[in-house]
Design a protein around this ligand. Structure first.
Ligand SMILES: Nc1nc(=O)c2c([nH]1)NC[C@@H]1CN(c3ccc(C(=O)N[C@@H](CCC(=O)O)C(=O)O)cc3)CN21
Ligand SMILES: O=c1ccn([C@H]2C[C@H](O)[C@@H](COP(=O)(O)O)O2)c(=O)[nH]1
Length: 270
């Protein structure tokens, strides 16, 4: 995960100091890209211990089309608590847009099912995009989508038998210390899950950023992380019997050989 440490260092060295919506203050860069070859291991940050359980449950929650934190809470995941109302609702956030985007004349569009259909029937398509940035719904969302648009791309693999699947994400706003390690692992996992159910090989995850920032109250934590040497990447083992993107359960994932430095606490900007 040298790419990630390089980004942290670059923000510290070259970023502009900016105020932000939360009142915390950030140092920020505009426009940056990282690439992760998913055949070289699972891109989970090793310079602090990451809680993969939260990442997996959050992804399964998006795929269910859920936008209430009840399911997360039942599974011990608290990362969305600060944004929910008294009923646990977050408004029409990711899950709603991925699975039931409301179009004209009351029709809803399941972008994930559409994507699966395209990948299986027309894998050279240049239109395999999922967008959470539903402009009409933005005012109702408790937090506007940060990872707002992603695209898939396939090529024939070397042996010509199976295709290789890559994914590129555009993240308009990125909390480099807390959010980004989650976002990398989440989209890497999603790409591997989709590759499996389409009988493809995982290719690359390309992570493109708009405003990528380090909050002022994460500086010490980031400096500590930069003193640490990354370990080799772990591997992710997925239950190969699952052949439908909507049938994955938490128990279908096994992280192997994850060696990391200790966790580092940091306050989340609300
Ligand atoms: N300021 C901010 N940063 C974010 O990364 C973020 C938001 N807001 N709002 C919406 C979601 C929620 N996300 C979050 C929220 C909290 C943690 C966090 O506190 N992570 C801790 C451990 C949390 C756990 O797994 O229980 C960490 O050390 O990574 C991570 C991602 C990502 N998003
Ligand atoms: O998956 C996520 C979700 C959120 N973030 C961060 C990025 C920003 O620091 C805040 C959102 O604030 P805005 O004012 O709406 O940009 O949350 C993230 O990094 N990853």
């Amino acid at each position: 995960m040298e790419q990630y440490l390089h980004l942290l260092q670059k923000i510290i060295n070259e970023g502009a100091d900016k105020s932000d919506r939360t009142g915390t203050g950030t140092r920020s860069l505009f426009g940056y890209q990282m690439r992760f070859d998913l055949q070289k291991g699972f891109p989970l940050v090793t310079t602090k211990k990451l809680h993969l359980k939260s990442i997996i449950y959050e992804l399964l929650w998006f795929l269910k089309g859920d936008t209430n934190i009840k399911y997360l809470k039942e599974n011990g995941v608290r990362i969305w608590d600060e944004w929910a109302d008294e009923n646990g609702d977050l408004g029409p956030v990711y899950g709603k847009q991925w699975r039931s985007w409301e179009g004209a004349n009351g029709k809803t569009i399941d972008q994930v099912s559409e994507l699966m259909h395209q990948l299986k029937t027309n894998p050279d398509s240049r239109r395999m995009i999922i967008s959470a940035w539903n402009v009409a719904d933005l005012p109702e969302m408790h937090l506007m989508p940060c990872h707002c648009l992603f695209q898939f791309y396939t090529t024939p693999s070397k042996d010509g038998k199976r295709r290789k699947l890559s994914c590129q994400l555009y993240q308009r706003s990125a909390d480099v210390f807390l959010g980004v390690p989650f976002n990398i692992a989440s989209y890497a996992l999603l790409t591997m899950m989709i590759a499996q159910v389409c009988d493809m090989e995982p290719g690359e995850f390309v992570h493109s950023f708009g405003d990528v920032h380090l909050y002022k109250n994460h500086f010490e934590q980031a400096e500590l992380q930069l003193t640490r040497k990354p370990f080799q990447l772990p591997q992710m083992k997925i239950n190969s019997e699952v052949k439908d993107i909507f049938n994955f359960r938490y128990e279908d994932f096994e992280l192997i050989n994850y060696q990391s430095h200790p966790g580092i606490k940091a306050p989340v900007a609300v």
